[in-house]
Design a protein around this ligand. Structure first.
Ligand code: PLP
Length: 430
């Protein structure tokens, strides 16, 4: 990796992008980040500068870029046709693999993105229970639907947990259909359930919210409270599925929801997501089994497209090999320990939040248990560190390091060297 990084061609690309794209971006990352190629643990920007990649396409490239087994599967499928709209054997194969792996999955229904899967799952639990409200946690992300963007990341949340839309353009009426709770606070959830008795269809949650792990007993409490109040429990496992463990967060933490949503890893880098759940709930997608008036139409042009299914199958097969998750955790733990040690040695009040397959720095002391604790973090320092790392050939999103199985010992060493230098620089700028 060259130290003097070149930016000329990237700047040309940025100028072209600004002419044709609002803000010069696709909206996902800042406009300065243009990636043109990926291989294994690395990506290259518009001018060929190389980066160790912890962005990994926002999660899907968990086995690294252009993995030969994934690419072979895709190449073979390309010659057989790309998408059929119709049910196909490739998608049936993938559904069988998901059902074997994921504890709550008796049946699987596909969509093309995690946001769609979440939106359908919200409709599913509402239809199943006949109740309109969804309980979600402040700071939890469930895709870009009007409901999913309620109190996703409110910067100035008031004292109460009023639902706050995170985008203009969301009808005011939506806030009456979403109940917001603080993550990791089972007592608060129980009070809200009592206050809205008979109105809430489901607790809809990321079992590990963004990077905040559940406190011991919290997920179990959610399972018990939802049962006690006749609601469903939905885990949004778009991120955690096939990442925290092969069976996802529900396998990792040993708590089984009624329904989960999956995305990212299951499409192996192609557009694919899924709703998976208990047979009785998923039966609402079956016109022959749903009670009168309860059948839920669900479709999408690219749902279950075979290219995505074969890429997903190849990815999951790699992840399912013995020792894969042990190695992913070893790599992540080594990185997290080194990062925390360096921040400490440099005298920052900071901590590394998350677990081995995904983590980040929060520049704040004290426990980080919910969204408001995260807001205590110094976002400017975090952004500056990210920028210093990018100059040193380490790429991540503004919000997290995603670890891939392609990260090897020398990637780890180079990352640690980049941290040493970037954190020293950050300390010098104080
Ligand atoms: C927890 C969670 N749910 C849903 C989504 C939405 O998935 P997609 O970007 O595929 O629409 C994301 C995306 O990052 C996510 O992190």
């Amino acid at each position: 990796m060259s130290e003097a990084r070149s930016h000329t061609r990237s700047q040309e690309l940025m100028a072209r992008a600004r002419r044709v794209l609002p803000g010069g971006t696709f909206g996902n990352v800042e406009r300065e980040t243009i990636i043109s190629r990926g291989q294994g643990s690395r990506v290259w920007d518009g001018h060929g500068n190389e980066y160790i990649d912890y962005l990994i396409g926002s999660g899907p490239m968990i086995v690294g870029h252009a993995h030969p087994e994934v690419n072979d599967a895709v190449r073979r499928q390309l010659d057989q046709g790309t998408t059929f709209f119709a049910t196909n054997p490739q998608g049936i194969d993938l559904a069988e693999i998901i059902i074997d792996a994921v504890p709550c999955a008796d049946k699987v229904r596909y969509s093309a993105s995690g946001s769609e899967a979440d939106a359908f799952a919200m409709r599913l639990v509402r239809a199943y229970t006949g109740r309109e409200k969804i309980l979600k946690f402040e700071g939890g992300y469930h895709g870009y639907s009007d409901y999913g963007l309620m109190s996703l990341a409110p910067k100035n949340p008031g004292n109460s947990m009023e639902p706050i839309p995170d985008s203009p353009g969301i009808p005011a009426a939506i806030k009456d259909t979403v109940v917001i709770a603080p993550f990791n606070d089972a007592d608060a959830v129980e009070s809200l359930m009592k206050a809205h008795e008979g109105e809430i269809a489901a607790v809809f949650m990321e079992p590990l919210q963004r990077l905040i792990p559940p406190e011991p007993g919290f997920l179990k409490a959610m399972r018990e409270l939802t049962l006690a109040h006749d609601m469903l429990l939905v885990f949004d496992e778009v991120v955690t599925g096939f990442r925290l463990a092969y069976g996802g967060a529900q396998a990792y933490y040993g708590v089984t929801p009624d329904v989960c949503t999956l995305g990212k890893a299951i499409g192996g880098g192609f557009p694919l997501a899924a709703i998976a759940g208990r047979d009785e709930v998923m039966a609402l997608f079956d016109s022959e089994r749903a009670e009168a008036g309860k059948f839920l139409p669900q479709f999408g042009t690219l749902s279950g497209a075979p290219v995505a299914s074969v890429a997903g199958i190849a990815t999951l097969n790699i992840l399912n090999r013995p020792g894969t998750f042990d190695r992913l955790f070893e790599t992540g733990n080594r990185l997290m320990t080194a990062l925390a040690g360096k921040l400490d040695a440099a005298g920052f009040e900071a901590q590394v939040v998350g677990i081995a397959p995904m983590f980040d720095v929060v520049f704040a002391g004290g426990p980080i248990l919910n969204h408001r604790d995260l807001l205590r973090g110094d976002a400017k320092l975090a952004a500056r560190l990210n920028a210093l790392l990018k100059e040193r050939g380490v790429l991540k999103s503004s919000a997290k390091y995603y670890v891939s199985t392609a990260i090897d010992g020398s990637d780890v060493e180079q990352t640690i060297a980049a941290w040493d230098s970037a954190i020293d620089q950050l300390a010098a700028e104080r």
